[in-house]
Structures are given as structure tokens and as C-alpha cells.
Write a protein that binds this ligand. Structure first.
Ligand SMILES: [Zn+2]
Length: 502
């Protein structure tokens, strides 16, 4: 069996075959940086992280784009409320997102375009749609997409075409609207004084204004895959189920009308909602939980990943106190097992462990090839830990096969608690170190010297952050990651460097 993925477009699980052999283009709708991303957003990003990691583990070279929506109705409203520029409002939330993403062990995308840095390709796309007469300039100065001119409109969300309302008096200018409101949607919004006030307006041949939310993703995706891969069709486009309509439907209309292709993405994947104690997470219920809330409660990122992966991405997940307690315990047990396994590493293969490893390899592949059946993959990991613990109790050594099987499975899932494992260095109150520090880890040095090197860079990163030099801080983090180290800032002010796992 090979990889099968559920495609929302066809409402069925299909064998996955990329356009170019060995290479996958993947676009995932990123966060709107008007606020902290909540744990429901991260459920989607974690489902996408699993997809990305499994594609890579299956031998594909993945070109992954995740955008940052830094201009839309919500970001502008939030900046206005605070009385600051759009940029000043969103920048701290961009940094917070990167921090939360790294903490949750989510791999950074290959490209992370910010909408405001892609205004030119957006204008070009809109001009193209005007030229093809599938878009028109309204008397309000905004540009709208004429859904009546695009016969495939409604294909993804399976809208009844009789529900479509087209024409000048039947259009919608809000970024988000319900399915019953399938009308001409906005591509470019004429500048209002409140947009100008926060610096959210740009000149365009069809009038000064700013992009609608939907056009942003189409323009960033098309610009990047055209330039980098020489194609204008994505292999996979993913997001939360709430994006099917209108966001993804509108992305398809704009992109296909522009490229003339019959597909914008060949496979559309959607992750289900996360509820909190049986209720939808919303401002109204006051139950919005962010990744940082959980981090402050001392929850391990491995436990959060375990929580998400215990339920299939196409099923709703309910976050309860009991569920959280159970995954914290589960993740810790896996962490303890990993400690034992690594400590028992040796050249010889023990037959029971080798047999368990063979089973883990097979079960992991079967599970994840089956539309990312993470709950089954997690069950296989626990089964290996149980068999492994029994074998280690009997004095078995962990041979290369057992270690490789574990590393592969845990490298894809990342559900093991990091608190007790691989914690090789903690610096408390290390002063700023001066002098020359090599840019790369000392070659051939022992683990202790490498740790010292990583720790010194981590201290410099902390200094850079304190001096608000976030560019330098990010550069150092990237250098450490490249050398296989993860840096953590603890709440007591100490810094930790731990061996990063992939
Ligand atoms: Zn999008």
C-alpha cells in the first residue's frame, strides 16, 4: 500500500501522486497575526506538520509555503483599536507565533511569505482578472470577482449553484461570510480613511486600496511556485475546515480564472475543529486557550502533540482536563522509555527488541499511509515502548534497528516528553561571554565541548533579545538548530540547550 490522502474536492481518500516525481508542493494557510494563535489554530498546524513530516519521511522533497496574514479586516481593526500602525501591531504577534511554533516542534515552512510583502503580485493577479473580465470595478471603488463568470464556482464546498447571487447589488466586501452568502466577493478594497490611518493602503492601477484576504493566498502561492518550481498548480493545499468556504472556494476561483488551469491544488485537505470542554472555542464563551497558556501551565509540547495525534485530523477533538492529564502522563512515560532505550544502546540486536522494531516500522507506515491515521501510529509507538520496557527489564540491549525504528517514529510524531530526556545542559546565571566564538560547532569535539559552544551562543541570543535585536536572536537560533541544538528560555530566566530531534 502507498500513501492515500482524503481529498475534500472528491470527498474520498485517493492514492497520492505528486505532479513532479519525488517533489511535493504544499501550501498551508498560516495565522492571521492580529492576536496570539490559539490551540485550535495549532491543531491545524500540527496536522499539517504531521503531513509534512510524513511526506519527508516517505522520501519526498517538500516545498512548504505557510503565509502570514498581516493585513485583513481583523488586523486593521485591531491596530485601529490600539491606535498604532498595522506593522507595529502585527510584528509582536509574528514573533510570538514563531516562538509558539518552535516550542510545539512544528517545522518552519520552506517559505513564510507575509502578505504585505506580496502586494505587487496581488495587484498583478487582480489586473489579470480584470483583463479577463472575470472581475469588475464597483462604483464603490473596490474590485470584485464575478462568480457568474466562473462556472466551476462552488465545486469545493459543493454549493448549489442556484444559491449563487451575482451582480452589482449582490456582493460582499467582508473577508469572512457564511455559505448562504455566496455572492461576488472582494479582491481589492478601496482605501478608507481608517485604512490610511494605520498604513494599510497601497497604490494600484485600479485605485488605491488594500487586498481582500482571499487574494493574498492565491498571489503568494502562485508567485512562489511559479518562480521556484516552474508550475502554477499545487500538489496539496491544506487548512482548517472553516476555510473551505469562502476562503478556499474563492482561492480556487481567483487562481484558476487567472492561470486558466482547471485546478489550483490537486488535493485539498482540511483538519477538523478543536473544542474546549464540549464547546466551540470563542471569545463569546471566554474559553480561548493559547499555546502559551498551556506552556505557562507547564504542559510539555510532546503532550500537546500527543493530544492532537490521539484523534484523527478529520474528527473533532475535545480538550478536557482529563484528556490533558492523560496525555501529560502518556508523553512522560514515552520520555522515560526513550531514556532507558538510549541508555541501553549497543551494537548487538536483541531478538525481542528487533521484532518489536520491525512491527513498529510496519505499523507506523500502514497507519500514516492511511490518510495520516495518527491515533494508530501513536498506538504503535506505545506498543513498542511496552514491548521495549519488557525486553529492557530482561537485560536486553538496544541495537541499531531498535533505535532507528524509534527515531523514525518519534521523529515523525514528536510526542515524547522533552522534560526528562536529552536534557544535556542547563545554564543558570551564565554571564555574557565575550571573545571570539566559532560560528560553527567545533568539529570532532566531544559532546561536552559542543554543549558549551551551544550554550555560549544561547547566552548571546539571550543578550540579543534583551537588546531587542530580534534579527540577531533569530539568526543564532537558526545556527543552533542547524547544528542540532534547540534553545529554550525558561521562566526562571535560565537558558537550556537540548539536542534537537527531527
Ligand atoms: Zn489561505
Amino acid at each position: 500500500m502507498s500513501l492515500r490522502l482524503y481529498n475534500t474536492l472528491t470527498r474520498s481518500a485517493e492514492p497520492f501522486v505528486p505532479l513532479q516525481p519525488g517533489r511535493v508542493s504544499l501550501y498551508t494557510c498560516g495565522p492571521t497575526v492580529y492576536n496570539y494563535a490559539h490551540i485550535g489554530n495549532f491543531r491545524t498546524f500540527l496536522f499539517e506538520d504531521l503531513l509534512r513530516r510524513w511526506l519527508e519521511a516517505s522520501g519526498y522533497d517538500v516545498f512548504h509555503i505557510m503565509n502570514l496574514t498581516d493585513v485583513d479586516d481583523r488586523t486593521i481593526a485591531a491596530a485601529r483599536e490600539k491606535g498604532v500602525s498595522l506593522r507595529a501591531h502585527v510584528d509582536p504577534f509574528v514573533r510570538a507565533f514563531v516562538e509558539d511554533r518552535d516550542w510545539l516542534r512544528i517545522l518552519p515552512a520552506t517559505e513564510q511569505p507575509r502578505a504585505t510583502e506580496y502586494i505587487a503580485p496581488m495587484i498583478e493577479l487582480i489586473q489579470g482578472l480584470l483583463d479577463r473580465q472575470v472581475a469588475y470595478l464597483g462604483e464603490d471603488g473596490s474590485v470584485y470577482f464575478a462568480i457568474a463568470r466562473f462556472p466551476a464556482y462552488g465545486k469545493l464546498s459543493r454549493l448549489d449553484r442556484r444559491q449563487l447571487r451575482a451582480g452589482a447589488s449582490e456582493r460582499v466586501s467582508a473577508d469572512e461570510y457564511p455559505k448562504e452568502d455566496a455572492r461576488d466577493f472582494v479582491l481589492w478594497k478601496a482605501a478608507r480613511p481608517e485604512d490610511e490611518a494605520v498604513g494599510a493602503a497601497w497604490d494600484a492601477p485600479f485605485g488605491r486600496g488594500r487586498p481582500g484576504w482571499h487574494i493574498e493566498c492565491s498571489a503568494m502561492a502562485l508567485d512562489l511556485i511559479r518562480r521556484r518550481l516552474g508550475t502554477d498548480v499545487l500538489d496539496i493545499h491544506a487548512g482548517g475546515v472553516d476555510l473551505i468556504f469562502p476562503h478556499h472556494e474563492d482561492e480556487i476561483a481567483q487562481s484558476c480564472a487567472y492561470t486558466g488551469r482547471d485546478a489550483f491544488a490537486r488535493v485539498w485537505m482540511h483538519g477538523e475543529f478543536l473544542n474546549i470542554r464540549g464547546e466551540k472555542m470563542s471569545k463569546r464563551f471566554g474559553n480561548i486557550t493559547t499555546a502559551r497558556d498551556l506552556r505557562e501551565d507547564g504542559v510539555d509540547p510532546g503532550a500537546i502533540r500527543l493530544l492532537m495525534y490521539q484523534v484523527h485530523y478529520r474528527r473533532q477533538l475535545d480538550l478536557t482536563d482529563e484528556a490533558l492529564a492523560s496525555v501529560r502522563e502518556g508523553s512522560r512515560r514515552l520520555g522515560e522509555f526513550q531514556n532507558r532505550l538510549l541508555a541501553a544502546a549497543g551494537p548487538a540486536e536483541s531478538p525481542p527488541l528487533a521484532a518489536a522494531a520491525e512491527r513498529l516500522e510496519r505499523e507506523l507506515t500502514e497507519a500514516l499511509d492511511d490518510d495520516l491515521n495518527a491515533p494508530q501510529a501513536v498506538a504503535a509507538l506505545f506498543a513498542f515502548a511496552s514491548a521495549g520496557n519488557a525486553a529492557l527489564d530482561g537485560g536486553a540491549a538496544a541495537g541499531p534497528r531498535a533505535l532507528a525504528a524509534w527515531r523514525r517514529a518519534e521523529g515523525v510524531l514528536g510526542v515524547t516528553s522533552s522534560v526528562q530526556v536529552l536534557k544535556v545542559g542547563t545554564a543558570v546565571g551564565v554571564g555574557a561571554s565575550g571573545g571570539d566564538l566559532p560560528e560553527t560547532a567545533p568539529a570532532g569535539a566531544d559532546e561536552e565541548s559542543q554543549r558549551t559552544w551551544a550554550l555560549e551562543w544561547a547566552v548571546r541570543r539571550k543578550d540579543a533579545k534583551a537588546a531587542r535585536d530580534f534579527v540577531e536572536a533569530d539568526r543564532i537560533r537558526g545556527r543552533l538548530n542547524a547544528a542540532g541544538w534547540e534553545v529554550r528560555d525558561n521562566r526562571d530566566g535560565s537558558i537550556e540547550v537540548v539536542r534537537a530531534r527531527r
